[in-house]
Design a protein around this ligand. Structure first.
Ligand code: C5P
Length: 222
């Protein structure tokens, strides 16, 4: 079994906040794999490589230096070719690009190898779409977090305001479109692992979700 807490689920389900809280409380690294797909889309945009061109994207990723660096707060920040693009990665345009490039097997393969290497870090919490199914099928803990599209749109608007990309209905529609693309791609689609615990937190607070998971994992990790 791998010493991994895998947290999968659709966008804006609260995965990132949850994974961050677990990492702080358990004092273990937190890896947000969505950032890596966003970084691939962002780097392609910077280099004028089309999000439609799988082989150019794969060539780019082979040369790109993408790594997580520990910052002074003890968090891992994604670094691409020496720069930290965290802010630029949050836009709804880059989110859509990430979802597009994430449909290509060659892109997923390049990032998978990097994600799997991270188990050298010891216990870690890794968040994404296919951590429990593809990246770490032997993870000791697997959770699949979800919530209704409307509730997720509300959370996204509360968190990102103008950057969320529109009204409540528009954001909910963009979230539903991204769910559709993520769930229906042939490679590593968004779905719970058979042995994952499903948690619909539509009517739970973040603290309630956190406490639920923390109580399940703490004895094994601490
Ligand atoms: O989690 P986040 O919204 O940052 O992810 C951006 C996009 O990256 C998702 O819509 C999804 O298409 C893709 N992704 C993925 N597999 C992961 C993490 C993210 O396909 N493990």
């Amino acid at each position: 079994m791998d010493k991994v807490i895998a947290i999968d689920g659709p966008s804006a389900s609260g995965k990132s906040s949850l994974a961050k809280m677990l990492s702080e409380k358990l004092r273990i690294p937190y890896i947000n794999t969505g950032s890596m797909f966003r970084a691939a889309a962002f780097a392609a945009q910077q280099k004028n490589i089309s999000w439609e061109n799988e082989s150019d994207l794969a060539d780019m990723l082979e040369k790109l230096n993408m790594e997580y660096k520990l910052n002074s707060d003890g968090e891992f920040d994604l670094c691409i070719d020496g720069t930290f693009p965290a802010e630029a990665l949050r836009s709804s345009e880059i989110a859509a690009g990430a979802s597009k490039v994430a449909t290509y097997p060659a892109v997923r393969h390049a990032l998978k190898l990097q994600q799997q290497k991270m188990k050298n870090l010891g216990w870690l919490v890794m968040e994404g779409r296919d951590i429990g199914t593809v990246i770490f099928p032997e993870a000791q803990f697997k959770f699949f977090i979800t919530a209704s599209p409307l509730e997720r749109a509300r959370r996204r608007l509360a968190q990102e305001g103008d950057k969320a990309g529109g009204s409540l209905e528009e954001v909910a529609a963009a979230i539903a479109a991204r769910d559709e693309q993520d769930s229906n791609r042939p490679v590593a689609p968004l779905r719970p692992a058979e042995d994952a615990e499903l948690l619909d937190n539509s009517s739970m607070t973040l603290d309630e979700t956190f406490n639920y998971i923390y109580n399940k994992v703490k004895n094994a990790v601490l």
